[in-house]
Design a protein around this ligand. Structure first.
Ligand code: NAD
Length: 519
């Protein structure tokens, strides 16, 4: 077959029961993929270099299915039929009649390349080849194949039977009809496919980097504790905070992915790995799998309570200052909590900048725009400033990060505590760092999503879907962008860029375009 020849891929033409799927690599992912393919009705051949690994994987699948039968989610007959469709294979020649072979072996370029070239030589021209690699370029894997156009990335997420997302990754040579055939197949398998161009980290592993990186960087700056950062981000709707999530993933694994994306981008500071995580890895604090990471027996602070300063007998007058979606959300929340307030849409500038947020008694409580409380206090000549994080989902907030100006008065502190009590939120008092926690994390996730789209890795809808299905984010980057508007995100990133003078905070041209009403 030549690369220009149009082919009808057997997997796209014939029913599942007549199209064999071969899975090579019977580890965690291979077993899950074999199960999903068999569930969709394909005969499946499962192969591994390790003696007995394929048989062990089938036994593991049977165990998982027994649980589903017990819970009534599957009948015993369905389970038996599914298991009958999976056969361990011991020779490559047994895979020659497969309509699709999925490579799920060790994450190293050379063994994968060798296997893909052997498959390319073995398989007839109407069979497709996919790789489940999570970090290796599909373009690089295809190099050396006689028909590189039929190789596509089919990136499943762990655990495969439960996770809906499949990134369909096209390398430079992948034919569009191949990517579309795999997209259609993933849908038939009950998955939600999203197209990605082969670039470091594809979609999810790239856009998710700031979720970990911003908290690691805040920890390096001694801004707060892991428990505080986790609590703040759970209040923005994330199921797990970044520190507890890194403990779950394993710091070794998470660090390797970060290093891989950083190196693949020639050391772009945007993706720079963290010394905090390096120290955890060096010290063997790899996370839950070894019983210690950020949290552990000797760091039992997961549920540490935040001291709440005593409030006042009665709440001083409250005003909502400025305009914008976050302000509107705050206004709705104040009303919901029965707090009377006045609204001031026009605001006086301080040091050339306008602030938006809350005014309680004499205390100015701006939503963070990347300026610190100390800077506001210094430039205004007024001591009582408390910067607040972004309540992106006010009804989910349980605790919100704040930072106090150094000279905040005792009265100001009490007025502030009274406000927080009225809002029903625990104040997480952090060091006075720019951009606090949720704001800088969400802004950087939006920024990374925007760059992925600007660089043609995926489209905006794909970025949103991938982040919600692949890592359970409460919103996708473009949904946050629509919710918050480009202006506060640009402002925040500009300040972070100015403060840290780091490439890490350079703004995606796509967000700039949105700010000017284009793109
Ligand atoms: P694993 O170590 O559990 O399984 C890999 C299996 O491949 C092993 O059983 C090994 O014996 C076998 N193997 C190695 N070389 C082989 C060869 N030449 N021929 C046949 N079998 C061979 O690994 P895993 O977690 O299942 O990961 C497999 C692939 O899936 C990797 O490319 C990984 O990056 C990717 N992936 C993993 C995850 C995850 O969360 N674990 C998620 C997405 C993608």
């Amino acid at each position: 077959m030549t690369e220009t020849q149009t082919s009808s891929w057997r997997i796209a033409q014939q029913p599942a029961e007549r199209t064999k799927v071969a899975v090579i690599g019977a580890g965690v992912m291979g077993a899950g993929i074999a199960q999903v393919a068999a569930q969709a009705g394909h005969p499946v051949a499962l192969m591994d270099v390790r003696d007995g690994a394929a048989q062990a994987a089938v036994a593991q699948i049977a165990k998982g299915l027994a649980g589903l039968v017990d819970k009534g989610r599957m009948t015993a007959q369905q389970r038996d039929a599914l298991l009958e469709r999976i056969s361990p294979a011991s020779q490559m020649s047994e895979l020659a009649d497969a309509a699709l072979v999925i490579e799920v072996i060790v994450e190293r370029l050379e063994p994968k390349r060798e296997l893909l070239q052997a498959l390319d030589a073995l398989l007839p021209p109407d069979a497709l080849i996919a790789s489940n690699t999570s970090s290796i370029s599909i373009t690089a894997l295809a190099n050396g194949m006689a028909t590189p156009g039929r190789l596509v990335g089919m990136h499943f997420f762990n655990p495969v039977p439960q996770m809906k997302l499949v990134e369909v990754v096209s390398g430079a040579e992948t034919r569009p009809d191949v990517a579309h055939a795999i997209e259609a197949l993933a849908r038939l398998w009950g998955k939600t496919p999203v197209h990605a161009r082969s670039t470091p980290g594809f979609i999810v592993n790239r856009i998710a980097r700031p979720y970990y990186a911003e908290s690691l960087s805040l920890l390096q700056e001694q801004a707060g504790t892991p428990a505080q950062l986790d609590r703040a981000l759970r209040g923005a709707g994330f199921r797990m905070g970044p520190c507890e999530l890194m403990d779950l993933i394993g710091h070794d694994t998470n660090f390797l992915v970060t290093q891989s994306v950083f190196n693949a981008n020639y050391g772009d500071r945007r993706f720079v790995p963290s010394l905090v995580q390096q120290a955890l890895v060096d010290g063997g604090r790899l996370g839950r799998k070894v019983g210690k990471g950020f949290y552990g027996a000797d760091l039992a602070e997961a549920g540490a309570a935040e001291p709440i300063a005593p409030g006042l007998e009665s709440l001083p007058p409250v005003s909502l200052v400025g305009q914008g979606p976050l302000l509107d959300g705050l206004g709705r929340w104040l009303t919901h909590k029965g707090v009377d307030f006045t609204r001031h849409e026009a605001v006086a500038a301080v040091g050339g900048a306008h602030w938006t947020g809350l005014l309680v008694g004499d205390v100015r409580v701006p939503l963070t725009c990347g300026r610190t409380a100390a800077q506001w206090a210094h430039e205004s000549g007024h001591a009582d400033w408390v910067v607040m994080d972004w309540p992106v989902a006010p009804d989910r907030v349980e605790a919100l990060a704040v930072a106090c100006a150094p000279q905040l008065s005792a009265l100001g502190r009490a007025q502030m505590a009274a406000l927080w009590q009225a809002l029903g939120w625990v104040p997480l008092t952090l060091r006075d760092v720019p951009g606090l926690v949720v704001a800088r994390t969400v802004a950087m996730l939006v920024n990374e999503g925007a760059d992925a789209v600007w660089q043609g890795v995926c489209d905006a809808a794909g970025a949103d879907l991938a982040m919600k299905l692949g890592v359970n984010y409460p919103s996708g980057p473009f949904e946050w962008l629509a919710q918050l508007g480009a202006v506060p995100i640009v402002e925040l990133l500009e300040r972070l860029f100015e403060t840290y003078r780091s490439e890490r905070y350079r703004i995606s041209p796509l967000i700039q375009m949105r700010r000017w009403g284009a793109a």
